[in-house]
Design a protein around this ligand. Structure first.
Ligand code: DI6
Ligand code: FE
Length: 408
């Protein structure tokens, strides 16, 4: 059968990130063929098959520059109104994140702003943040709800995520995070709020097809493991993928709970006990590391990276982009922080924003590596060595991005 080639990239330093190849899975002087929205061929430029050599096939000569899979930001809260620069100032003067949260600020201050915003306002406030991530090489982003905490506002947030998916070239995965914080009107009635999440919000989100996964914040300032378990029961019954904010500020064993539900990921994990790591490995649950939140909250306890590595738990890295704990708009900056703060290798960090991040979204079969059959999400960088992506701080060497076979 004659394979149609829509375009080819040649003479690239290809970091394929293919799992069973060592390190970055490099192919020096590599080439890559695209048909429609898929990669159809990857190999040395010298080995390009005959149909690809025809001059009618548009080709991009990468002149030795690095090409990676499109970056996947697998944990963000990008849709929100307002910001919390003033709380940042309060923290700089000595208040803690938890104190601010308990005194009605924190997540609930963003909830107030997000409830007040119209869907259009919310879209227009979120758009520049998403575009900033895209300029930095992100081709897939996960966006969580969780600043509505009432049915209408949660649905409004998820519709904004849907509109971003429709209007931008990038691939958007939406996650319902109704159990993010207790809204003020439910003060002292957390179990009743969880009823609302399980019996009203979740079915409506499912029915509207507005999210693929369900997340919950298992923490002293949020929900107990028992409450989170009720959310996961209801979510599993409706066929959602499970994710969990766990062990960020204390160890409530939320990660263990989520792994029991076959969670696709557990996220944060600074307080995860080493003894619990094998349970994640057995469940096939990915660990999503969020060095931006660790940095911005000036945490000192690090996630048990050695144990995760030893037990071969896939480690993803994401921005956690949100107004309170991680106002981060660069995933390549997170590469640097994952290395310097969490002691990942540069290879692990790059795998963490590509292959492992795709896995943490349940998209491991479709994207995250450069191999035939995967989505043609590609980034050409103005560097040669993949380690440069983790090494430079505050640079943006992103040169060309292909989203599903199309260059924007
Ligand atoms: N953990 C976080 O770091 C964010 N949410 C969560 O569950 C913080 C969200 C915020 O402060 O607005
Ligand atoms: Fe988060």
């Amino acid at each position: 059968m004659k394979q149609a080639w829509d375009s080819i990239w040649i003479n690239a330093n290809l970091a394929t990130l293919i799992a069973d190849r060592p390190g970055y899975g490099l192919i020096e002087s590599g080439a890559l063929g695209v048909h429609e929205d898929r990669i159809i061929w990857v190999g040395p430029t010298a080995d390009l098959p005959e149909p690809a050599r025809q001059s009618s096939v548009p080709r991009r000569d990468c002149a030795g520059r690095l090409v990676t899979p499109g970056l996947v930001d697998c944990h963000t809260h990008l849709v929100y109104a307002g910001n919390r620069a003033q709380e940042f100032e309060m923290r700089l003067k000595g208040a803690s994140y938890e104190q601010i949260a308990r005194s009605g600020g924190g997540i609930n201050s963003t909830v107030r702003a997000t409830r007040q915003a119209t869907a259009d306002e919310l879209y227009l406030e979120s758009l520049p943040r998403v575009e900033q991530l895209m300029r930095n090489g992100v081709t897939t982003v996960e966006i969580k709800s969780g600043y509505g905490l009432d049915s209408e506002t949660e649905l409004k947030m998820l519709r904004v995520a849907q509109r971003l998916r429709q209007e931008l070239a990038l691939n958007v995965k939406a996650t319902f995070l109704g159990a993010h914080a207790l809204p003020p009107e439910y003060e002292g009635r957390a179990d009743e709020y969880i009823d609302l999440v399980c019996h009203e919000m979740l079915p409506r989100v499912r029915e509207a097809g507005l999210a693929d996964a369900v997340d919950a914040f298992c923490e002293n300032i949020a929900f107990t493991p028992q409450q989170v378990e009720r959310v996961f029961d209801a979510a599993s019954d409706l066929g959602f993928d499970i994710k969990c904010h766990a062990e960020q500020l204390s160890n409530l064993q939320g990660a263990v709970l989520a792994a029991r539900y076959g969670a696709i990921s557990v996220d944060h994990l600074e307080y995860l006990a080493e003894a619990d790591v094998p349970l994640l490995a057995r469940a096939g649950t990915a660990a999503v590391l969020l060095p931006g939140a660790f940095y911005f909250l000036r945490e000192s306890k690090r996630p048990p990276v050695d144990a995760l590595r030893r037990h071969q738990v896939p480690m993803a890295v994401a921005t956690d982009s949100n107004p309170g704990s991680s106002p981060v708009l660069s995933l390549t900056l997170m590469l640097n922080m994952a290395c310097t703060l969490f002691a990942l290798t540069a290879e692990e960090a790059l795998a963490g924003v590509t292959r492992e991040a795709a896995g943490a979204l349940g998209l491991g079969e479709q994207l995250g590596t450069l191999e035939p059959g995967k989505r043609a999400d590609l980034v050409e960088w103005d560097v040669r060595d993949p380690a440069e992506l983790s090494y430079f701080i505050g640079d943006n060497p992103c040169r060309t991005v292909m989203y599903g076979g199309r260059i924007r």
